[in-house]
Design a protein around this ligand. Structure first.
Ligand SMILES: [Zn+2]
Length: 164
């Protein structure tokens, strides 16, 4: 069964413990893993503020209302609880952004992502080497194959396939 614990296992394992091929690139926003039972979508960004990883919690399907705050924001303690859980798992927290009464919150981590993932993000920013003028906006076979070689989290499965 998917829980916040299994989502964090997968996302943090991807950020910190996964060796990426030296011919793969990764877009800097990273991956998202859904927790549909709780209407949440978690993001694992390898290269956020200060080029350090950021873990994001989003309301997956926010109930927006004109001229009012969203009807189903994060809970008041949710972002602090997430930060505390990350600390408990041995990932020092640098800072947090947003949270209740918003529909999104972010936790900035203090330790850089796995060096091979950092290198893959740098390869993304470098852009397509076959078509340098197209930068990251290329859609050629070479550029797409480079992106496809990134190793993604193996779990949790099956319904919430990690996506970009
Ligand atoms: Zn290209």
């Amino acid at each position: 069964m998917r829980t916040l614990a299994t989502v964090l296992d997968a996302g943090l394992g991807w950020l910190y413990d996964t060796v990426q091929p030296d011919d793969a690139h990764q877009q800097h926003h990273g991956i998202s893993i859904g927790l549909p039972e709780y209407n949440r979508l978690y993001g694992f960004c390898p290269d956020g503020a200060e080029h350090l990883p950021v873990v994001v919690v989003n309301v997956a399907e926010p109930k927006l209302r004109p001229y009012q705050l969203p009807a189903n924001p994060l809970t008041p303690r949710e972002l602090d609880d997430l930060a505390a859980e990350l600390e408990r798992r041995g990932f020092p927290v640098r800072t947090t952004w947003n949270g209740f009464p918003a529909i999104t919150g972010s936790v900035g981590l203090a330790s850089p992502a796995h060096p091979t993932l950092v290198a893959a993000v740098q390869r993304y920013h470098r852009g397509c080497t076959v078509h340098p003028k197209r930068h990251v906006f290329c859609d050629c076979e070479h550029w797409r194959a480079e992106g496809a070689r990134i190793i993604r989290p193996r779990h949790p499965t099956p319904e919430g396939h990690p996506r970009e």
